[in-house]
Ligand binder design. Structure first.
Ligand SMILES: Cc1cc2nc3c(=O)[nH]c(=O)nc-3n(C[C@H](O)[C@H](O)[C@H](O)COP(=O)(O)O)c2cc1C
Length: 362
């Protein structure tokens, strides 16, 4: 479930924070009117909240950003505004849902559409115990019909793309035949894209973190899916760290999703608009990105969001740059203090580098 720290919401806030179709940053549909999913940042619980996505959007205008997984229970019974609100500048942004009841998934997809999300995605990759107890996430790989029913119900409910993020298998049920059955069931109900984390998950015995590292990456399996499902929109995820790697995958596949590297080293996205999307607009410097984040941070502070809820997402920005350690230390030591303001995250002078500094390369 998404973690949030802000509490109150006025009607004015609602108007401002709902996604709006006229958002100037929403220039990211491909020429065919489809969502351009060549590069995306993965859904990451506790990481890709709205503040993180706003920050990443300042680095890349076109990369598709995914929300944290939000459960249908949280949306149906909890504080919707807390989980769904986002800034219009975040477009294109996809909402990831966790659940397995087709009716609930359809209800929540409709909420996502009403709030202005650009895509609704189903989590079939998370192996945590909590998620298994709720009978969703990676354990659904064993139940293709259930996932297909969810996708069908969601597609009936909304006109947005409905997509699935899955693994290549679970436990001992990891034959290619079973994966083909799963993908085939989704293709049959018109699933708009499938993002495959190219490793299996062990539902018992490994923690979610271990399940992101220990099962070996099998890019060959995703490439085989490409051959067997030539008409399906297929994206690959897992262990991808550079735009060069991403570009190589885009020769065969429709999309590349990057998780940890994009969060820990966000500057790796700085040349994405140019390299992946062919946009020649000038690339901002790290310092400019931070300066553009400050007015947003100020607005959020005024809304009651603690600085630390935002600053934690910035820590990787100056990775490897002179003064970065001292900057991170300043944030870690001060951002959690009551009343901490944006001066805590402002860059010190020594971090200022010329725009074309080779050190600013991703
Ligand atoms: C902190 C963290 C939280 C994650 N939460 C989710 C999630 O909510 N939904 C999901 O589908 N995957 C989640 N994942 C998995 C990522 O989306 C991605 O599949 C995985 O990290 C592999 O990609 P990478 O090697 O590029 O990081 C999470 C990963 C991390 C590191």
């Amino acid at each position: 479930m998404a973690s949030e720290h802000d509490q109150t919401m006025t009607n004015q806030d609602l108007r401002e924070t709902r996604g709006r179709p006229e958002n100037p940053a929403a220039g990211t549909k491909s020429q065919t009117g489809q969502l351009d999913r060549r590069l995306s940042v993965a859904p990451m619980l506790d990481w890709t909240d709205r503040h993180c996505r706003y920050f990443l959007r300042l680095i890349s205008r076109h990369t598709l950003l995914y929300s944290e997984m939000i459960t249908t229970g949280a949306l149906i019974h909890g504080d919707r505004n807390r989980f769904l609100r986002f800034d219009p500048a975040e477009h294109p942004v996809a909402l990831q849902l966790g659940g397995s009841d087709p009716k609930d998934m359809a209800t929540c997809a409709r909420m996502g559409a009403d709030w202005g999300y650009d895509e609704i995605n189903v989590n079939v990759g998370c192996p945590s115990d909590r998620v298994q107890n709720g009978r969703f996430g990676a354990c659904l790989m064993a139940e293709p019909a259930v996932v297909a029913d969810c996708v069908a119900a969601m597609k009936d409910a909304v006109s947005l793309p409905v997509t699935v993020k899955c693994r290549i298998g679970i436990d001992d049920r990891d034959s290619y035949g079973e994966l083909v059955d799963f993908i085939g069931a989704l293709a049959q109900v018109g699933c708009d894209a499938i993002i495959v984390h190219a490793r299996k998950a062990w539902l018992k015995g490994l923690s979610p973190k271990e399940n992101r590292d220990i099962p070996p990456l099998r890019y060959d399996v995703v490439r085989q899916l490409r051959r067997d499902f030539p008409d399906l929109c297929l994206a690959i995820n897992g262990g991808i760290k550079t735009l060069e790697q991403a570009t190589a995958f885009l020769g065969d596949l429709d999309g590349v999703m990057i998780g940890r590297e994009a969060y820990q080293n966000p500057w790796m996205l700085a040349h994405a608009d140019r390299i992946i999307f062919g946009d020649d607009d000038p690339i901002p410097t790290r310092q400019e990105v931070l300066e553009q984040f400050l007015p947003y941070a100020e607005r959020q502070l005024a809304d009651g969001v603690p600085l630390s809820a935002m600053s934690r997402h910035l820590l990787g920005l100056f990775q490897g740059q002179p003064g970065a350690k001292a900057w991170r230390r300043r944030i870690s030591e001060n951002a959690h203090r009551p009343g901490a303001g944006i001066d805590v995250i402002a860059p010190p002078r020594p971090l200022t580098l010329p725009a074309d500094s080779p050190k600013d390369a991703p």
